[in-house]
Design a protein around this ligand. Structure first.
Ligand SMILES: [Fe+2]
Ligand SMILES: [Fe+2]
Length: 246
């Protein structure tokens, strides 16, 4: 029995939106996902997919992408990504009814794995624009956008707190925390997301969203202040699911 995670599948079986222009790693990436997930994940395992599942803008445009995910081995748990237009924030309950027994949509709720609670939300991170000098050093940023980002972070923190609250009330004391966005921006060393992870003694924070070599180091990777941080973006992992727990 094992817990795996992989993010940013960016599937497009029902659209011509190709990821190929983002580099060789994305060429036929859906075939890599299928190959590696089947090779590594067994039916008794759990696979958390950390968002940006589909390019479809509504559920009817995502049916083939979701069927692809459903056909992957293991228990599938899905997190909301910024591109998941089919999943508006208030639709989670409806999606869990529609896909009951097939996959679980994680938001304002929690899942379990052995004696761990799997908590999570989309998250949010300020991503600029940043202003650079001629040496490429950051000398400023769009402060209005930064203010707006703080509001989105606060809203996501409410959802994350609710996830922790439900898991705690159910008696869970061990936590793995999932985010789509990285837990910190490139300006931050800590954030409300890292603080809540420390508060609850989370063992591992799993996130994705960062694509391409220059972005892989945007946030924390490895152990920081007692919490293990894992980046699981598909292209970072060459579409091999990462082992979170055995
Ligand atoms: Fe993505
Ligand atoms: Fe994303």
């Amino acid at each position: 029995m094992a817990l795996y995670a992989l993010g940013d599948l960016h599937l497009s079986f029902q659209s011509d939106k190709s990821m190929d222009k983002f580099g060789r790693v994305w060429k036929h990436h859906e075939q890599k996902i299928e190959k590696y997930v089947h090779k590594m994940v067994h039916p008794e395992d759990t696979l958390v997919l950390t968002g940006d599942h589909s390019w479809g803008r509504k559920l009817s445009e995502c049916e083939e992408d979701l069927a692809f995910i459903e056909a992957l081995p293991g228990q599938k748990i899905l997190l909301r990504g910024n591109h998941d237009m089919f999943w508006s924030a208030n639709k989670t309950g409806r999606l869990n009814e529609l896909f009951a027994g097939k996959m679980f949509f994680l938001q304002n709720n929690f899942a379990s794995y052995q004696d761990y609670a799997l908590v999570g939300t989309k998250g949010y991170t300020f991503e600029g624009p940043f202003y650079l000098n001629h040496r490429g050093q950051i000398i400023g940023w769009d402060e209005a956008k930064e203010e707006h980002a703080k509001k989105l972070v606060a809203r996501e923190m409410d959802r994350l707190r609710e996830s922790f609250r439900q898991a705690s009330d159910a008696g869970y004391r061990k936590f793995i925390m999932f985010l789509h966005y990285p837990p910190t921006s490139i300006l931050e060393e800590t954030s409300p997301f890292t603080e809540i992870a420390e508060e609850y003694g989370v063992e591992t924070v799993v996130y994705s969203h960062c694509h391409g070599e220059p972005r892989f180091g945007d946030s924390i990777r490895g152990v920081y202040r007692g919490v293990n941080y894992m980046l699981v973006s598909g292209d970072y992992l060459h579409f091999r699911p990462a082992l979170v727990l055995e």
